[in-house]
Design a protein. Structure first.
Length: 395
């Protein structure tokens, strides 16, 4: 390799986007064309796509992505045991069906209200940075497809486009995911900008505290062209500071600060212990998001679904519990809801949909898992998501 592993790790930040040194902040004209070419993924025609399952969709996306783009999106840290466990662990929870329940396809109720937002189904988009790798229009594609599907978009603090531009492109509810900057003034500025742009909640990233690059991505050497930046730190849009200058020694006081500055509900993402959920709630968290960052941080932690019941039991009815890491089918959503989640967030499949079908592809991904969930509810004998509990699982 021309670019050493050590140098890449020094340049890398934390989590899904912290692994990246690039992403188009706001490319126009020739700059946007250059960004598109550098991403290695050609702009897809916006088109609905027929989805059999997300594994097959991933293969379609891989065929049109550059090697660095696919490596960045698909792979995870270490030996990728946690990445695999995120999928395998769902099989630990067989479904116990309920019969003679009076359920029909047209009377299944998937609707919910979450932190003041009414959603037609309990599926949203997880925060993912550097979406330029999936589509040269980056987050604009994903947010358009999310809005068309009628659900909520969690906007990454490591987006290629500035948070204001993403907000303007949304047609549905949106939350902003914060990566704490070591400069408190930068962090406070991001919070104020998010509130002013119309985001209705802040997600504190508690699980991305170090380099998150996969071996496959590192092995490629120099996957990023020069001149890319993170949109939220672009001075043309009021951004300041260096994205990679992260504050990692987070404490409950940081939750209190975010609530005080933003005046918005706060979700703490990356919780994998019941005791940590309790600490976050006592500090003012309005929701907990169980997540292991899709296996992109510490390899060797359990599949996220394995700890969901522990966390939801510790939370009780105090605040909503959300879930991400490993959702690929409607039956996965069903299991997560039975184990205490109010809603789930989908990650990588959204980017595969963006690569293959643009905004309409993202819409297709969300509608596919929605339709699968509706069918699982029918076949399991569950009329409403409000009725789901561990009683529907063999634990």
């Amino acid at each position: 390799m021309n670019h050493s592993r050590r140098n890449l790790l020094q340049g890398a930040g934390a989590g899904f986007a912290l692994a990246a040194l690039s992403g188009a902040a706001h490319a126009t004209g020739n700059t946007r064309k250059a960004a598109a070419a550098a991403s290695g993924t050609k702009r897809s025609t916006d088109k609905k796509i027929d989805i059999v399952n997300f594994d097959l969709l991933e293969q379609r996306a891989k065929a049109i992505m550059s090697e660095p783009a696919y490596a960045f999106i698909a792979h995870a840290s270490g030996d990728e045991w946690t990445l695999r466990e995120n999928r395998r662990a769902f099989n630990d929870y067989p479904i116990r069906t309920h019969r003679l329940a009076g359920v029909a396809a047209d009377n299944v109720d998937l609707g919910l209200e979450l932190l003041g937002q009414k959603l037609p189904f309990p599926i949203m988009v997880a925060p993912m940075g550097a979406q330029i790798f999936a589509n040269p229009e980056a987050e604009i594609t994903a947010v358009a497809g999310t809005g068309a599907a009628g659900t909520l978009y969690q906007s990454s603090g490591a987006s290629n486009r500035p948070l204001e531009e993403i907000a303007k492109a949304t047609t549905g509810p949106k939350w902003f995911q914060l990566y704490f900057n070591a400069d408190i003034n930068v962090t406070q500025s991001l919070l104020e900008r998010a509130r002013n742009a119309g985001y209705s909640a802040i997600i504190i990233t508690a699980d991305a505290l170090g380099p998150g690059a996969s071996d496959a991505f590192i092995e490629l050497g120099k996957p990023f062209p020069p001149g890319f930046s993170f949109g939220n730190h672009d001075p043309r849009y009021g951004g300041t500071g260096n994205f990679r200058n992260q504050k990692i020694d987070l404490t409950p006081d940081d939750i209190r600060m975010v609530k005080s500055v933003s005046k918005l509900p706060v979700i703490v993402k990356g919780i994998m212990r019941g005791t940590d959920a309790d600490t976050a709630i006592k500090a003012g968290a309005d929701a907990i998001q169980v997540s292991n960052h899709g296996g992109r941080q510490l390899d060797g932690v359990p599949g996220a679904i394995s700890v969901l019941k522990e966390v939801s039991d510790a939370v009780g009815n105090r605040v909503p519990v959300l879930f991400d890491s490993g959702i690929r089918r409607g039956i996965d959503v069903f299991r997560a809801l039975c184990l205490g989640a109010s809603a789930v967030a989908v990650g990588r499949p959204v980017l595969y949909g963006s690569a293959v079908g643009g905004a309409a592809g993202v819409q297709s991904v969300l509608e596919h898992v929605h339709q699968e969930l509706n069918l699982v509810m029918l076949l399991a004998g569950a009329k409403s998501v409000k009725d789901l509990s561990p009683e529907y699982l063999k634990i």
